[in-house]
Write a protein that binds this ligand. Sequence first.
Ligand code: SF4
Length: 75
Amino acid sequence: MADRKDKVPENIPGPYYVDTTCIECASCADVAPENFTQGEEYYYVYKQPKNDQEHENCQQALEECPVDAIGNDGD
Ligand code: SF4
């Protein structure tokens, strides 16, 4: 489970985030390219989901992250 205390600094504020357990597998950016991208050391959320499709993609990215590095605070 992702830990909000270990958020990657580049994450844009909002419910979804990546933490520092990310292993840069690129899965999230494949599943939700409108929301996740590669940073210096880790992937991160560069845009929070704005429509149903993006919400669905972000949720799928969270579920498919192999190390559970994606969190959703839900607020
Ligand atoms: S799916 Fe998880 S481990 Fe893979 S790049 Fe995204 S946050 Fe990192």
